[in-house]
Design a protein around this ligand. Structure first.
Ligand SMILES: Cc1ncc(COP(=O)(O)O)c(C=O)c1O
Length: 385
């Protein structure tokens, strides 16, 4: 067992709604007598979130978590691919989804769980994102894989915006489905012209409700198929006519989410104020930079920083812990390094290896104080000499 450290300044300080704040929604559940299966609170949440994301409620699907959102999008792609190519369920042929190795385990796990195989590719060294160019270079060199790659999953690193116009061009040129892993993008989502997005409402994100997920699609015919998948693939007669599973959010989680939404604007403005201060303070460091894309146009869920040169990560984390500050290399050294992922194909991962030896996540949360930020920056200043 890892010994729990009591940090004065943790990586995230989670403050979900308190009992008395949620009570009015719990009373509604008691009187509605509906506890799950797309009940009135989930429907209400769907309207509120559609408004937040600037889309139509019929283009938005609420799920149990971000991983389920990804798995649902991928299952739909796989179901339709099998149907249109007359592929038997027990076919031994493998179908792939490309993703960057620099991401959280959930991205690859959702691919494996939906019956596809991951291929890990590199990232661009400036954006820390997978690019269409990296994918096309790989496909052109690996023509044997090309016809079996049925999806690509661009991943937003910790909430930075994805270059969706580039991915739209990629889609029209290559006819490969796009699944956007925007788990961290509650406040940095941009509408899709092609592809579907998965957003996490996990407690660690800028907006969370414990566990929860959202899918944002671009046409409501698709969202009907997605809704069916999260309800066991049932048709109107409760007959499973396609592969699905249980991915429905319960009314209880929706109650937390609806209560948390009431505080979103207040939390967001607290975040933006702290972000302005952090950016100003970090400007004085010359060897440590904020990851590209992290500005004050959206509320961050974490703050990723990049060192100019490779650092002794373990020593840095331990030294900070000694001073009661929590620092983490959240996504470790890339998924291709995890024992469970070793058997899957990968490309040259030069930028991933270099970046993961230099990237750390430092504390950030709405109730941080200016003094906390000063302390984190003081800790970092030891590495700026
Ligand atoms: C990049 C990425 N994708 C997917 C997920 C999965 O989201 P959830 O924890 O809601 O399942 C996470 C979670 O942190 C993530 O960081």
């Amino acid at each position: 067992m890892v010994k729990e450290i009591n940090y004065d300044i943790p990586l995230r300080k989670i403050s979900l709604p308190k009992y008395n704040e949620v009570a009015k929604y719990l009373k509604k559940i008691d009187s509605n007598k509906t506890y799950t299966n797309y009940g009135p609170l989930v429907q209400n949440l769907e309207m509120m979130l559609a408004n937040h994301f600037g889309t139509n409620p019929s283009n938005l699907v609420i799920t149990t978590n971000g991983t389920t959102s990804l798995k649902t999008i991928l299952t739909r792609i796989k179901n339709n691919f099998r149907k249109s190519n007359l592929i038997e369920f027990n076919s031994e042929e493998k179908f792939y989804c490309i993703l960057p190795s620099f991401t959280f385990s959930a991205s690859a796990m959702s691919i494996v769980e939906s019956g596809l195989y991951p291929i890990f590719l590199d990232i661009d060294k400036n954006s820390a994102q997978l690019t269409p160019q990296i994918v096309e270079n790989y496909l052109n060199k690996n023509l044997n894989f090309k016809k079996n790659v049925i999806a690509v999953m661009p991943v937003s690193p910790f909430g930075s915006r994805l270059k969706k116009s580039d991915w739209e061009m990629f889609y029209f040129k290559n006819n490969i489905e796009i699944v956007y892993d925007e788990a961290w993008c509650f406040d940095s989502f941009i509408k899709n012209k092609v592809g579907d997005s998965a957003i996490s409402l996990h407690a660690t994100k800028s907006f969370g409700c414990g566990e929860g997920g959202v899918i944002i699609t671009n046409d409501n015919k698709k969202s009907l198929e997605l809704r069916k998948i999260i309800n066991f693939g049932f048709d109107q007669n409760r007959i499973s006519d396609s592969i699905g599973f249980n991915g429905k959010m319960s009314e209880y989680n929706a109650a937390i989410a609806l209560t948390a939404l009431e505080k979103w604007n207040e939390n967001k403005s607290k975040c933006l104020e702290l972000q302005r201060y952090y950016i100003k303070k970090l400007c004085s460091l010359s060897k440590i930079k904020i990851l590209n894309g992290f500005d004050t146009t959206f509320a961050w869920g974490t703050l990723p920083l990049i060192f100019e040169k490779k650092i002794n990560m373990e020593k840095l984390i331990l030294r900070a812990a000694f001073n009661k500050i929590e620092i983490r290399n959240w996504w470790k050294q890339g998924l291709h390094n995890f024992p469970a992922m070793k058997e899957f194909p990968k490309s040259c991962l030069e930028n991933t290896i270099s970046l993961t030896q230099r990237l750390i996540n430092v504390p950030f949360y709405p109730n941080m104080t200016i003094k906390d930020i000063d302390q984190v920056c003081l800790e970092l200043s030891h590495y700026d000499r």
